[in-house]
Design a protein around this ligand. Sequence first.
Ligand code: NI
Length: 192
Amino acid sequence: MVYPVAVYGHPVLRKVAKDITPDHEGLSDIIENMWETMYKSDGIGLAAPQVNKSIRLFVIDATPLEEDFPELEGFKRVFINARIVERTGEEDIQDEGCLSLPTIREEVKRPSQITIEYLDEDFNPITETYSGFAARVVQHEYDHIEGILFIDHLSPLKKRLLKSKLNRISRGEVDIDYKILTPVVATRGKRR
Ligand code: NI
């Protein structure tokens, strides 16, 4: 089942997501549906808050980019209850996009190396250190479970320049081929 993707302005994207336990209801279906949703919308990562679930879960399959970024070879994982425990390395700048911010692409500065502790799909504890583009993808998805979006890393000026685009996104006025979930606006019977 393909979930609609929550877009900019939806409050779920701003919540700090909660840890889950192995008996979390429907977990294996949720993970399956998240893969399906991510592939359907041509994403390389998807976090549970983006499908309106405020839980610490994200999935990444960055293998479509492995020809350009060798560090992404075979990089397909499920991350549960993740915590980034160290950010090191030089700051690195790369273009990013996000399924919750359709039509926006901007350069984002991030540390080039991180260490993360998480549980895999079978709740085995894992600690890994990533660098290069892998570190970037993990930080982007990790931000989602912390209620952070990549535009939060931009300068105030750049953010101001995106304002009208962001307003259009939150009203669902974007031409994309996946289903989205826009914020519910209380209209109190008024219609424009
Ligand atoms: Ni994103």
